[in-house]
Design a protein around this ligand. Structure first.
Ligand SMILES: [Zn+2]
Length: 198
């Protein structure tokens, strides 16, 4: 792969748009680094990070298209929910519309609601913050469970994300006392004598 200067410039621009993913005190340093990269260095960076799609496609389109692996914890027709790889807190999730459009649709908000409910059940955070954001011009909803004391994003390992994904997707065993007793079934009700009217 050989990048043209034009492509290199485009990739730099896309990298700079992701600055907000890094801790604030590091952003200025990273910005300078990215800006000073030569075309060769950009090319090496892209190779090292396997960002082969950066020249053309946005990373979230690549995730929704299944070309970039991600840890899914939910889905509806128009959106997927994936675990953030640089989470600010346990269960930090992104709702990613499959369509790279300008705005967040109602169906993304619906999926966000579903996931918020699940995160609350599983992890009992004090709250779940929901923000509409854009990364690489792809509209997203960011869901951040708040436990208190979140200050810094930390890159999660694949193993951590996998464990978390399993935990979120695990279906709780129904409690035995909630099992319906025979009198609850329609059949039993049907056999009951008819009510005598007053
Ligand atoms: Zn996109």
């Amino acid at each position: 792969m050989t990048l043209t200067d034009e492509e290199s410039k485009k990739i730099k621009g896309q990298l700079l748009k992701q600055l907000s993913n890094f801790p604030e005190d590091k952003q200025e340093q990273i910005k300078k680094q990215v800006e000073s990269m030569t075309t060769d260095q950009v090319e090496n960076f892209v190779k090292q990070n396997q960002l082969t799609h950066l020249g053309g496609e946005c990373i979230f389109c690549s995730i929704t298209g299944g070309k970039t692996p991600s840890f899914r914890i939910g889905e509806n027709e128009e959106n997927i929910a994936v675990l953030e790889i640089n989470p600010l807190s346990r269960g930090h999730t992104l709702i990613v519309p499959k369509e790279h459009s300008d705005n967040i649709g109602d169906s993304a908000q619906e999926l966000a609601k579903e996931i918020i409910k699940k995160l609350k059940e599983k992890f009992k955070p004090k709250a779940v913050q929901s923000n509409e954001i854009k990364i690489m011009e792809h509209p997203l909803i960011e869901l951040i469970p708040i436990y208190g004391g979140e200050t810094e994003r930390k890159q999660a390992t694949e193993e951590e994300l996998k464990t978390l994904q399993e935990e979120i997707l695990r279906v709780e065993e129904p409690k035995t006392e909630e099992e319906p007793s025979p009198v609850d079934t329609g059949e039993e009700l049907f056999k009951m004598p008819p009510r005598i009217p007053n």
